[in-house]
Design a protein around this ligand. Structure first.
Ligand SMILES: Cc1cc2nc3c(=O)[nH]c(=O)nc-3n(C[C@H](O)[C@H](O)[C@H](O)COP(=O)(O)O)c2cc1C
Length: 354
């Protein structure tokens, strides 16, 4: 019996195993529209046997993107472009998910293979937005501190994006509150210096992510789960940490959020991160135990036995894999073999099954 290949149920949604594709930006869209690259990239991971295939951080607005080539979901055309991909993922008995995001002060950058450098508005970038006007680095222009009315607009954009995600057919929606992007910037006292009801106390710093999560949970179908990805710590003294994450997770649970996807870091580029296999599973484990909410472990999970161990020892309810699934989209099929679990291969590939 393998825990990794046992089903997981969240609300009425049944995941055929506990391997999820972690959201991964592909920097391959034009005007935020999904294309053949996204179809093949997400589709092949669905063929590869992952239970849930999550589309990358998808901008709720043009300036909510990290780069000019990130996916977006701010118009009906974006829905039309995503629909066939979602349909294909479902045909492979995988659950389609999407991460909706606003890049905040980390937006307006070039793609990684061109150095991720800051792009000014003249170079195809845009005015970035944040809780406070603190630039990411001296090489970045200062973001505009959001006025209260602009925060209302951000809330509306997130909720509208979630409606569009549902229209596109996604069955899981994940709110991106991690990696130093806009909602993470509101959470952390290092980037949020506001004096109004969105800054200061922990409750105030959590207000925007909680308001958006609640607005989404209130309309997202009752039988389908809502995920939230957090950075459980900034890895910086005086910043956001696991204690605050546990309180946030308690509030998210009260709202009806179903799953906390536990990542870390990304807010401060000089943070010292002790990256090593499984270095973030402790966060998934503590939130799962201390809050009593299903969690996902992510980060340098690559061996089937390692993934199995995380689940058997009840550190998390599912594992999310990113880079390992870039190396091998068929990792779930191979992992099953390694763990001696007999799973169905796609019929078209059956003759290759060992
Ligand atoms: C190419 C690439 C793109 C990524 N894009 C996103 C993203 O859109 N949203 C997100 O939350 N994390 C993103 N991440 C982080 C991954 O989802 C994951 O949390 C991280 O890579 C650690 O997992 P791994 O060790 O399995 O790669 C990205 C990672 C990679 C390698």
């Amino acid at each position: 019996m393998s825990k990794l290949f046992s089903p997981l149920q969240l609300r009425e949604t049944v995941f055929k195993n506990r391997i999820f594709v972690s959201p991964m930006c592909q920097y391959s869209a034009v005007d935020g529209l999904a294309n053949g690259w996204h179809f093949v990239n997400l589709g092949s991971r669905a063929i590869g046997g992952a239970a849930m295939v999550m589309a990358e951080a998808t901008g709720i607005s043009p300036e909510g993107r990290i780069t000019p080539h990130c996916l977006g979901i701010w118009s009906d055309d974006h829905v039309d472009a995503l629909q066939p991909i979602v349909e294909f993922i479902k045909q492979q008995q995988a659950i389609p998910g999407i991460q909706i995001a606003h890049a905040g002060r980390k937006g307006s950058c070039d793609v990684p293979w061109k150095g991720s450098v800051y792009l000014s508005p003249d170079e195809g970038g845009w005015q970035t937005l944040a809780p406070s006007a603190i630039p990411l680095t001296p090489n970045h222009a200062a973001p505009k501190a959001l006025a209260l009315a602009e925060i209302d607009t951000i809330i509306t954009q997130f909720v509208t994006a979630a409606h569009r995600a549902l229209e596109a057919g996604f069955e899981v929606i994940e709110l991106h509150c991690a990696h130093g992007y806009l909602l993470n910037e509101f959470l952390s006292p290092l980037t949020n210096k506001r004096k109004d009801r969105y800054g200061g106390s922990l409750e105030n710093r959590c207000r925007l992510p909680l308001t958006i999560a609640k607005a989404i949970r209130d309309f997202w179908p009752q039988d389908k789960p809502v995920f939230v990805r957090i950075s459980a710590t900034d890895w910086v003294e005086g910043g956001w940490d696991i204690t605050q994450s546990i309180q946030l997770a308690k509030w998210l649970k009260e709202i009806g959020v179903d799953f906390i996807d536990c990542s870390s870091g990304g807010l401060m580029l000089d943070a010292k991160i002790p990256a090593a296999p499984g270095y973030q599973t402790t966060f998934a484990s503590r939130i799962r135990t201390e809050v009593g909410i299903p969690t996902g472990a992510v980060g340098m999970i690559s061996a089937p036995a390692q993934a199995e161990h995380i689940l058997v020892t009840e550190q998390a309810d599912a594992v999310l894999l990113a880079r390992e699934l870039l190396r091998d989209p068929y990792w779930p099929l191979h992992a099953a073999g390694e763990l001696h679990v007999d799973i169905e291969w796609p019929l078209q590939y059956a003759r290759a099954k060992p």
